[in-house]
Design a protein around this ligand. Structure first.
Ligand SMILES: [Zn+2]
Length: 294
């Protein structure tokens, strides 16, 4: 069963459903381009602080758990990256502790055991010395060793999706048979999906499309990447209209990114939900991967 989630099968699944992928890519790209055209008018909320990250996390985790119908609890640890940490991390130097060290406990009933502000390094988001491409949450992470989620978003709006994404990894690690430490494509496809579902709920609740901006960009990029990769594998000429979509290349300068496990996983989960609905995301939590069969 778990073998259905392995790269070989997932790639075959995408190859078998290329027509649906074309449709999904087109829709995702149009959605993103519409949002991009009005990006300047979107409200991305406040600069992230330990306090508002805490509030945002409560809502995001609650939405993630609610959608996936999770009742069991997990103790998690959350913190916020500083610019300095981002810098260190990019140099592959272990990051120190910063900003918040909150043990979030008993999420089922949403009771929290305190939030402490600790170890301030004096380098703050938005005011940091290092101006990086930290416009989204690319540097958020989840560590399965201690259930520690680190959020690298700059604002409360992007943090909402980032928390849902990383918390989904936490649920995968604790409650499914997927190994989150491997490059299993479904690990990322599933997390990206929850990020989208939760972001959409935030957007609807607050009538603010900014919540779906970053997700829409990622999905469009990843679907395009997966599509071109799948066409290459099948020796099929990609549709010109899709190949020429003005969607930034997910590969960037790193040409080996083509067919990256993120793209493949996002494509597979997007296809599966197009075929069977969003319940496929719940199926993953039940270790049911039959939706990846054909
Ligand atoms: Zn991830």
């Amino acid at each position: 069963m778990i073998s259905l989630t392995y790269k070989e099968n997932v790639e075959a699944y995408i190859g078998n459903n290329l027509g649906i992928l074309e449709d999904s890519l087109d829709k995702a790209a149009q959605k993103h381009l519409k949002l991009k055209a009005k990006k300047k008018s979107l409200d991305f909320g406040q600069a992230l602080t330990p306090e508002n990250l805490y509030q945002t996390s409560l809502k995001s985790i609650s939405k993630t758990r609610g959608f996936l119908e999770i009742n069991k609890t997990i103790d998690i640890h959350m913190s916020m990256f500083s610019s300095l940490e981002q810098f260190k991390r990019s140099l592959r130097v272990a990051a120190g502790t910063f900003a918040i060290s909150g043990l979030i406990q008993s999420i089922g009933g949403l009771t929290f055991r305190g939030l402490m502000i600790s170890g301030m390094l004096g380098v703050w988001f938005g005011a940091g010395t290092f101006v990086f491409a930290m416009q989204d949450y690319a540097t958020s992470s989840y560590n399965p060793d201690d259930d520690h989620i680190r959020i690298g978003a700059q604002n409360t709006v992007n943090a909402a999706g980032a928390v849902a994404h990383e918390y989904t990894h936490c649920l995968q690690h604790n409650f499914t048979s997927i190994d989150v430490t491997t490059r299993n494509p479904i690990v990322e496809g599933h997390a990206r999906g929850l990020e989208g579902i939760v972001s959409e709920r935030f957007a609807q609740e607050s009538n603010n499309e900014a919540y779906v901006f970053v997700h829409s960009q990622r999905v469009a990029q990843e679907l395009k990447d997966a599509y071109l990769y799948a066409c290459g594998k099948k020796n099929v000429t990609p549709k010109k209209s899709l190949e020429k979509l003005p969607i930034r290349n997910v590969r960037g300068w790193l040409s080996s990114y083509a067919g990256h496990h993120y793209s493949i996983g996002v494509a597979a989960m997007t296809l599966a939900s197009a075929k069977y609905g969003d319940n496929v995301y719940k199926d993953v939590m039940k270790n049911d991967f039959n939706f990846l069969k054909t």
